[in-house]
Design a protein. Structure first.
Length: 157
């Protein structure tokens, strides 16, 4: 299992961050990392689904992501996503959780992920290690992008 967690402070109200992340049209900009999402059904609440292509270790996987749970109150929000992908005889399952907590005028935003992958996906342990490092880098970059987008929206509203 490959696990990771990253946190960033966003200078925008947590409800604005939640609204941005919940909107499926914005998913290509969020830490979920969906590229070219298609066949989206739902408005971002639990049950929302999207099909897309996901690349892992140089292999392309047709994938389905589904929001399984989402909650919001005056202190913050939490959303859980599940991903399922197939490639030849391999299956990949992932759970990703985004959590925003009100911190002063802004939002502390945390993303956690856990990937369960087939043993034969990587040719050697070094390949798996490189993938883990790339996941961490990609998550950091996605959070920086999310921070910039949400802060720009907050300043312009």
């Amino acid at each position: 299992m490959i696990k990771g967690k990253q946190t960033i402070y966003i200078e925008a109200p947590f409800d604005a961050v939640y609204d941005f992340c919940r909107n499926p049209k914005n998913w290509t900009n969020t830490p979920l990392g969906i590229t070219d999402a298609g066949d989206i059904s739902g408005n971002g609440d639990a049950g929302t689904r999207a099909r897309f292509t996901y690349s892992i270790a140089g292999k392309e996987f047709e994938s389905l992501v589904k929001i399984t749970e989402t909650s919001i109150d005056e202190f913050g929000f939490e959303t859980e996503y599940k991903l399922f992908a197939e490639f030849e005889e391999m299956e990949i399952h992932a759970v990703q959780t985004e959590k925003g907590t009100a911190e002063g005028p802004g939002c502390e935003f945390t993303v956690r992920y856990e990937y369960t992958m087939p043993d034969n996906l990587f040719e050697n342990p070094e390949g798996k290690h490189k993938f883990e490092e790339q996941m961490e880098t990609d998550t950091i970059l996605a959070l920086a992008k999310l921070k910039s987008l949400c802060e720009d929206l907050a300043q312009n509203s």
